[in-house]
Ligand binder design. Structure first.
Ligand SMILES: Nc1ncnc2c1ncn2[C@@H]1O[C@H](COP(=O)(O)OP(=O)(O)O)[C@@H](O)[C@H]1O
Ligand SMILES: Cc1ncsc1CCOP(=O)(O)O
Ligand SMILES: [Mg+2]
Length: 269
């Protein structure tokens, strides 16, 4: 059965690829190359622009901004804040990826400052979202130690408190805006074995937001669906994390609307 959200997600998939949206990615040193390749393969146009001298200026011309706190330093935090402020002023949607925000006081402070600037979407793994809701997570550094279901309550609370879309990723993803919630199934257990998979997904959420800023919930679901479908297909030919990475990039590039629609598994709650 094709639900309304699945149809909309497929339309957004087609539109994103046809539009080649410009996405400003402020991401970490680990993710920068992989995330840019993921966006190019998926059909978007990434630009890694982070320094405060230009991040605000660029956010005003980008289709969307994504901010990831993976490898922070004062200059980068300054660049993130300038970009988020400028995005808000220009009406540019933006995504926050709170990588391991619970690990140190410096990260906690950076995330608190960024949350005040009202991201359109918050995308994290289960441990990160549990901790953002004030709960005790089993996360170790950047890797999740919790199942997605355990983060759903925190995600709902965070979505309402922030007025944001919250996406919790893992074996089956959960997306909520506080009123509507869905689960997105698919992907592969090889995905968390490749560093920066989540960071790259955050960047791809930006690509979908850029083409549908007024449908942020649907855009987020469509982006997660893109990873779920491409990941599931790539896993069929992969022998391990390294060959999966190649198959995944190729798969993102080759994926068409009919295959996306056929394999997308969105469950409305
Ligand atoms: N066990 C799994 N099975 C299927 N897909 C997964 C699994 N774990 C993570 N993913 C997928 O990997 C991507 C990154 O999610 P996640 O690993 O939660 O992020 P992060 O890298 O930030 O910790 C998402 O598309 C998610 O659906
Ligand atoms: C390993 C590592 N260390 C700091 S950021 C980073 C990448 C994290 O990537 P992801 O959150 O997508 O697993
Ligand atoms: Mg992450």
């Amino acid at each position: 059965m094709t639900t309304e959200i699945s149809q909309t997600a497929t339309d957004l998939f087609e539109r994103m690829r046809a539009t080649n949206p410009l996405v400003q990615c402020i991401t970490n040193y680990v993710a920068m190359n992989y995330a840019a390749n993921v966006l190019l393969a998926a059909g978007a146009s990434p630009a890694m622009v982070h320094t405060p001298e230009e991040s605000g200026e660029f956010a005003a011309i980008a289709g969307a901004l994504t901010v990831n706190i993976g490898t922070l330093s004062p200059n980068w935090v300054e660049g993130m804040i300038a970009a988020a402020k400028s995005a808000n002023k220009a009406g540019t949607p933006w995504v926050l990826d709170p990588v391991a925000h619970f690990a140190t006081g410096y990260r906690r402070d950076a995330v608190a400052a960024l949350l005040k600037l009202k991201p359109t979407v918050i995308r994290g793994n289960a441990s990160e979202i549990i901790a953002l809701g004030g709960g005790q997570s089993a996360g170790q550094g950047v890797d999740s130690g919790d199942p997605v279901e355990q983060a759903e309550e925190a995600a709902l609370g965070l979505a309402i408190a922030q007025g944001a879309i919250v996406a919790v990723t893992g074996e089956v993803d959960f997306v909520t805006d506080g009123k509507r919630s869905v689960r997105v199934a698919g992907g592969s257990d090889l995905m968390p074995k490749i560093t920066a998979t989540g960071c790259s997904l955050t960047a791809l959420v930006g690509a979908y937001l850029a083409i549908a800023p007024d449908q942020a919930f649907e855009a987020t679901v469509a982006a997660l669906g893109n990873f779920a479908v491409a990941g599931e297909i790539a896993a069929k030919t992969a022998n391990g994390p390294a060959s999966f990475m190649t198959a995944f990039i190729d798969g993102l590039h080759r994926l068409d609307g009919a295959t996306y629609a056929k394999n997308l598994r969105v469950n409305v709650l």
